[in-house]
Ligand binder design. Sequence first.
Ligand code: 5AD
Ligand code: SF4
Length: 346
Amino acid sequence: MNLREILYKPELTKEEIVYLLSLTDEEDINKLYERADEVRKEYCGDEVHLRGLIDFSNYCEQNCLYCGLRLDNKNLSRYRMTPDEIIETAKHIINSGIFTIVLQSGEDSYYDTDVIAYIIYSIKQIADVAITLCLGERGFNEYQTWKIAGADRYLLKHETANPKLYSIYHLHQQLNERLAHIRYLKKIGYQVGSGNIIGLPMQTIEDIADDILLCKELDLDMAAFGPFIPSPYTPYRNKKAASVDLTLKTMAVARIVLKAVHIPATTALATIDENGRIKGLKAGANVVMPDFTPSPYREKYEIYANRRCVGDDPRSCRSCLQLQIESIGRKISTSRGDSLKMKIDS
Ligand code: 5AD
Ligand code: SF4
């Protein structure tokens, strides 16, 4: 079978996904990106959804080997935003004409069930925006309470679909446990996002193919594929960063396989390539997540070093992104950008 035939098949096998991820010829790779762009246009249109990010705490009780927020990193200066600061920041996002607020932190149980519920409820009183939670693994009862308080979506990456690697990166935690959380979140009505990290130590192309297939099996609303970037003061500080090409190929294949799903051009991709956002948007992505975390906190959300745009003023972010997005013939969405699957179902 030739490349063109594979790109237009309705379903891809693992072998075909591995073949696409392994393409090296520049012309072939461009064909892959073009097909992903076509599928993106068919299922998502030309609108790019902005999600306003608030990284409200960089405390974390976990010890993921790759992440700068890990508990054992004693070199990171830690911060927690107060509920009032978080709600104020949400107002800035709403005033910038962005209709999704992402509340993100390390796994930090200092913010208990009620505080998070209070923050969600308070933001919902301001405007009809979507609230996405990205708080790591929390209690099943907490997920329920936050849903009732008004949360719409939850992001919980599976990180890797390889159970052996998962247990290595997460110091004996189990992939099954993570998947049980993702499935539960879906069951109780959240729009759910997951995804992987590309280029982690020991990961193979076959593992990445499994990541894409796992996202399909989980029937996700959102899927994020971000490149690994080594982070100082972590066990993986001397490992190699993922390649831009492999990241873009993964996003493109994911678009072709997953179809009606939101895929972000990640900040991590923008960090390893100056034009990463645009390249991502042209290889299947339809979402960008600008960071609205105020200074002096934003510099301290150091998952990895030198995050893109960290020194910028969040208020100028929208106009900067608008220029970039319009330069490739796309436009910023004026809707909440809910699950593309809801449209099909209803
Ligand atoms: N490089 C890229 N992404 C990372 N994450 C954590 N550490 C790194 C790294 N070194 C991602 C994980 C996690 C999110 C908070 O950041 O996927 O879900
Ligand atoms: Fe904590 Fe998430 Fe980083 Fe793991 S990846 S150390 S859970 S912030």
